[in-house]
Design a protein around this ligand. Structure first.
Ligand code: NAD
Length: 454
């Protein structure tokens, strides 16, 4: 179904045009001006799809993409240069280089929760590295996906960058065709399907997946600040953020003071009656709304609990008296419900997390460096913050990605350029002389080789 599109992209890639640095820089500048031109349409579409406020639409989608383009434009020339690396004594006379080359056509499959940002940010990496790209945005946010398709169509020829609209069937049809790189953001379950499809052609993949991201609040945390930063990270986009704190591990000794501060922080940020807050993001679909509603029966409701089915809004909610056995602890929540587990000893926390798949993110609130090191040394997770939530995502100097079932590979900043590039190792040999002992007929060849290779 998409054979001809992929073939046209392959032919265009073979012209070598996309590899020219000037071409890549121009494409990034076009994308930059297109995003600026479409800013209002994107904000309106995000409002229609998810009721995102203008503040959230700009700060978590449009602004993040513009900043990523600006950073890439600034550094691309130096990233793209062949890099000289060391040469060992055994290779005397030669020089060694790493050449970054694009893969060809990159297939980018995106989810609905940040429907613009999670489609556009990988595209920046694909362009920077010199690839062509086909983007398949989410069918659950149709307005934003349509604006993205128009924006791309207006500024780029199809044989270079193209958007394919549609649902699972469109994704499946695209996966039937050979692409040279697959960049997928979505659930671990679909991630497995993507990897299986990629395996048929041995196509390399980046899988940006999800999972349950813990947030640990230790006894010596700055309670007020922790409460504010956690409430913000959890309830932004109504908790529909892959790196949102999924659940809290709260030290029993600060339970009451922390929960009181958290209640205050949530009210400050999202209002005393969030169901009436016109800018609180809605749940993407009825299916997800019903799934989340069914999780509210676990434990005790400490905060929130209110829902509006017609508008698909769920209040910022906190559930206490939760254990790992509760249904809310079985899968990623992906909504504004925060279950609270309590602990007295950090070892319980480490044990508890160890018994579950590697988190995409982990957040730890503590003032003690030794506690920070203990957690960093004993738990494997994609990335995270000490004394904050979510913020690591927006740094171009920190490659973002998961580990184990939360993902494979990473991107952002130079990480994106590296992800979409193959780094070709090249040795340039001298013709001025020829070291004889590698040849089988060299006198004392083996003896000399043993001097070097030991
Ligand atoms: P999803 O896996 O259902 O869908 C993602 C994309 O895959 C969509 O474009 C969809 O059309 C396509 N798709 C769905 N089923 C498919 C199939 N069987 N074959 C081929 N393609 C298929 O994910 P979602 O519901 O859109 O997003 C939520 C998930 O994404 C959560 O698990 C979340 O943690 C994760 N996520 C991860 C990140 C990250 O950066 N790591 C970011 C956002 C979301």
């Amino acid at each position: 179904m998409y054979r001809s599109l992929m073939d046209r992209q392959r032919s265009f890639f073979r012209t070598n045009k996309t590899k020219e640095i000037a071409f890549r820089l121009n494409a990034l500048k076009s994308l930059q001006s297109a995003v600026k031109q479409y800013e209002n349409q994107l904000i309106a579409a995000l409002k229609e799809d998810l009721n995102k406020s203008e503040f959230e639409a700009y700060s978590t989608e449009i602004g993040v993409v513009l900043e990523e383009i600006r950073f890439t434009l600034k550094h691309l020339r130096s990233w793209a240069k062949p890099r000289r690396v060391k040469t060992p004594l055994t290779h005397i006379g030669s020089k060694s280089y790493l050449y970054s080359e694009p893969y060809g056509t990159a297939l980018i499959i995106a989810p609905w929760n940040y429907p613009f940002q999670l489609a556009a940010a990988p595209l920046i990496g694909a362009i920077a590295a010199g690839n062509c790209a086909v983007i398949k945005p989410s069918e659950l946010t149709p307005k934003t996906s349509e604006v993205l398709a128009r924006l791309i169509k207006e500024h780029f020829p199809e044989e270079y960058i193209s958007v394919v609209l549609g649902g699972v069937e469109a994704s499946e049809a695209l996966l039937q065709e050979k692409s040279d790189y697959i960049f997928f953001t979505g659930s671990p379950a679909v991630g497995r399907i993507i990897m299986e499809a990629a395996a048929k052609n041995l196509t390399p993949v980046t899988l940006e997946l999800g999972g349950k991201s813990p947030c640990i609040v230790h006894e010596d945390a700055d309670i007020k600040l922790a409460a504010k930063r956690i409430a913000w990270g959890k309830y932004t986009n109504a908790g529909q953020t892959c790196i949102a704190p999924d659940y809290l591990y709260l030290h029993t000794s600060i339970r009451d003071s922390f929960l009181a501060a958290f209640k205050e922080a949530a009210a400050d940020l999202f209002g005393l009656n969030p169901l009436e807050n016109p800018s609180f993001t809605r749940i993407v679909s009825e299916k997800h709304f019903l799934r989340l509603q069914s999780l509210m029966g676990d434990g005790e409701i400490f905060l929130g609990g209110g829902t509006d089915k017609k508008r698909r809004v769920i209040e910022p909610t906190v559930l206490t008296n939760i254990t790992w056995k509760d249904s809310i602890m079985q899968d990623e929540i992906f909504g504004p419900i925060l279950p609270v587990l309590e602990y007295t000893n950090l070892d319980e926390v480490i044990e508890g997390i160890h018994h579950h798949p590697n988190p995409l993110s982990l957040y730890l609130f503590t003032s003690t460096p030794a506690v920070q090191e203990q957690v960093l040394n004993s738990i494997s997770f994609g990335g995270g913050c000490i004394n904050d939530t979510v913020y690591h995502f927006a740094s171009p100097h920190l490659p973002f990605g998961g580990v184990g079932s939360s993902g494979i590979g990473a991107y952002h900043g130079k990480g994106s350029f590296d992800t979409f590039s193959h780094h070709k190792g090249v040795l340039k040999q001298t013709n001025l002389f020829d070291i004889p002992f590698r040849y089988p007929n060299a006198k004392n060849g083996l003896k000399r080789i043993k001097m070097f290779l030991k």
